[in-house]
Ligand binder design. Structure first.
Ligand SMILES: Nc1ncnc2c1ncn2[C@@H]1O[C@H](COP(=O)(O)OP(=O)(O)OP(=O)(O)O)[C@@H](O)[C@H]1O
Length: 593
């Protein structure tokens, strides 16, 4: 029970937090809705007067002679009620849209700050769904259901006050049905909530399949996996449809039983009302007004069930959205004394595993003096990328598992933005936005001039290729623009990183898609123009690394050898073996000569 109250409180907190900028609209919507409810409650009283006082001829001669006054009263009440309903609806829509916008903003911003470990655990399709359809469900809850709860509670209160003022016995008959409807709604509320969670999860899985196939369309085609993927989609689609059919069946049952209860309530009011009227305890006008109140009550109370069931959906969506909001952001890093302006890198006895008990790096120690180039060579899965992910704190090093230092400061002590600003990275699989080439290169420095952009592109040996496109640097990348080769993408990513002018530069196998000659040209240009940077070069290719000041050979997460190219060649170990395999005699002569 305590837990339920706590989660309900949490939901309320969530709503209030993101209602900023729309509380006024919301308050106005509630006020207008309440006024319109009171106005609606007046109409049966006008009927009652018309019947008892005018038709019954028991007095109020002015009204008997001027029936049009009553007609006008009904019209005025209806128009006023309409105006207030309009005010309520428009303000509700404003409040709802504003709320949804705030929530989407918060989710997007928060998701940007969540650690890589979190992203590894959560599927993209599911995250997208939480940020879109779940937000919509919550918006619906705030806009419609929450307001409806206020309105229903007020309507029930007003109607019962009116009914009790006319006939207590008959009012008690109506009152008896209220708990029945509420109990039955709550039972369904629980059942529907459970099925909705399953259906929502299935939707997440379906979105993931669609998203994977859309992004990996080339792989699917290249491997002729269309049939397999279609079957996989059909399976998920079937499961999803079945869940919604089951949900529909349950809803059908809910509405059917609801109709039955409503029918019984109306019948009970008619039977008891007629008996009371025959006994003379209620006038005809009162009976008709009573029936009118009863019928205005029936739907909101029935609606209460719908609201509760919708609330159950919203409850699930709240949990799903809250899961993102509650997830811990990356640690920002403590404010410490400023850097001394140097950027040597040092790893001291670093061990790391993505999962507990499965270390992918074991006792790694090395130092890269400032302005030097450090090469890392190793087979796939040997832990090369992990080293740089730890350096940029994309993954956190656990306590007592070694230390990573830049300029003598442990990286945990460096504010994360400062740390990442000082490390320029070109990742193994470069990501380019569907924007122009200029915008893609300038992503690291949005206000860079075209001249600066072109300078970076020249070092990355891509300027010429870009200029050969009809739109040059304004060429669009991606689906609506040019399709770039893997090597072109890599070089654009290199230019983007160079523009950042970071004191540390990391190339994670980022020249793998360019030919040996271009690889060589880029490295030469880099050496010439970026003399001061501390560079980490990761590669499978010995030729890419042989110019480095020091080379570390990784094998299954451990350091196998370390030294300059010449030292490693002379040592006759694994480096020498790789060198011999990779280089044909001709190549060797070309490189050495
Ligand atoms: N996000 C992750 N979650 C779990 N395991 C991971 C993750 N990233 C990498 N690994 C595992 O860690 C090990 C080292 O991976 P890493 O990417 O550092 O290797 P690598 O040397 O860069 O390989 P490659 O040259 O193929 O890129 C691999 O066994 C890999 O499966």
């Amino acid at each position: 029970m305590k837990k339920i109250t706590k989660t309900k409180y949490r939901k309320l907190q969530l709503i209030l937090r993101y209602l900023y900028g729309s509380k006024g609209y919301f308050a106005l919507a509630i006020a207008a809705s309440l006024i319109s409810t009171v106005l609606n409650a007046l109409t049966p009283q006008i009927f009652r007067y018309s019947i008892d006082e005018v038709l019954g001829g028991s007095g109020l001669t002015y009204l008997s002679d001027n029936l049009w006054v009553l007609a006008w009263m009904i019209v005025v009440v209806a128009v006023a009620s309409g105006i207030f309903t309009y005010i309520s609806r428009t303000n509700t829509a404003r409040a709802g849209e504003n709320f949804a916008k705030n929530l989407r903003d918060a989710l997007f911003t928060h998701a940007q700050k969540l650690p890589m470990k979190w992203h590894d655990k959560n599927q993209t399709g599911d995250i997208i769904q939480r940020c879109t359809s779940d937000v919509e469900v919550i918006r619906g809850f705030v806009v419609t259901q929450l307001l409806e709860v206020f309105r229903t509670a007020f309507l029930v209160l007003t109607s019962f006050v009116m009914m009790f003022s006319m006939n207590v016995k008959l009012s008690c008959v109506v009152l008896l049905f209220v708990p029945v409807v509420i109990v039955y709604s709550t039972v369904f509320y629980k059942l529907i909530a459970k099925r909705f969670t399953t259906a929502d999860e299935a939707e997440g899985e379906l979105s993931t399949v669609v998203q994977e196939n859309a992004t990996g369309v080339r792989v699917v085609r290249a491997f002729g996996r269309e049939q397999f993927e279609m079957e996989r989609f059909d399976e998920k689609n079937d499961a999803f449809a079945k869940l919604w059919i089951r949900l529909g069946t349950l809803s059908g049952l809910y509405w059917g039983i609801g109709d039955l209860i409503t029918g019984l309530q109306v019948v009970a009011v008619i039977i008891f009302g007629v008996v009371e009227a025959v006994n003379g305890s209620i006038s005809v006008g009162e009976f008709i007004a009573f029936a009118a109140y009863n019928s205005t009550l029936v739907w909101p109370i029935r609606g209460l069930g719908r609201i509760l069931s919708d609330m159950s959906k919203a409850g699930v969506s709240f949990e799903r959205v809250d899961y993102i909001i509650r997830s811990q952001e990356e640690e920002y890093g403590k404010e410490s004394e400023k850097t001394d302006g140097t950027y040597p890198i040092s790893f001291q006895h670093v061990s790391f595993g993505y999962e507990e008990g499965k270390d992918v790096l074991r006792d790694i120690s090395f130092t890269v003096p400032e302005g030097r180039t450090f090469g890392i060579l190793g087979g796939t899965g040997s832990g090369k990328s992990t080293i740089i992910q730890l350096l940029a704190r994309l993954y956190e090093l656990e306590e007592n598992r070694g230390g990573i230092y830049i300029g003598g400061r442990e990286i945990k002590e460096i504010p994360i933005e400062e740390l990442r600003r000082s490390i320029g990275m070109v990742l193994q699989e470069p990501f380019l936005y569907s924007r122009t080439i200029r915008e893609n290169i300038a992503a690291s420095v949005p206000d860079a001039s075209l001249e600066e952009i072109r300078y970076a592109a020249r070092i990355a040996c891509i300027d010429e290729a870009i200029m050969s496109f009809p739109d040059g640097y304004e060429t669009l990348v991606g689906e609506r623009g040019v399709t770039l080769s893997g090597g072109q993408k890599q070089r654009i990513a290199i230019a983007r990183m160079l523009l950042q002018k970071a004191p540390i530069m990391v190339f994670d196998d980022s020249l793998s898609a360019v030919d040996s000659q271009t690889d060589y040209n880029i490295r030469r240009a880099l050496k010439e123009h970026m003399k001061e940077a501390t560079v980490i070069l990761i590669s499978h290719r010995v030729t890419s690394l042989m110019g480095a000041d020091e080379i570390m050979v990784l094998h299954h997460g451990q350091i196998e050898e370390c030294g300059t190219h010449e030292e490693l060649i002379q040592r006759n170990g694994i480096y020498r073996k790789i060198y011999d395999i990779q280089m044909s005699r001709d190549d060797r002569e070309k490189m050495e000569g």
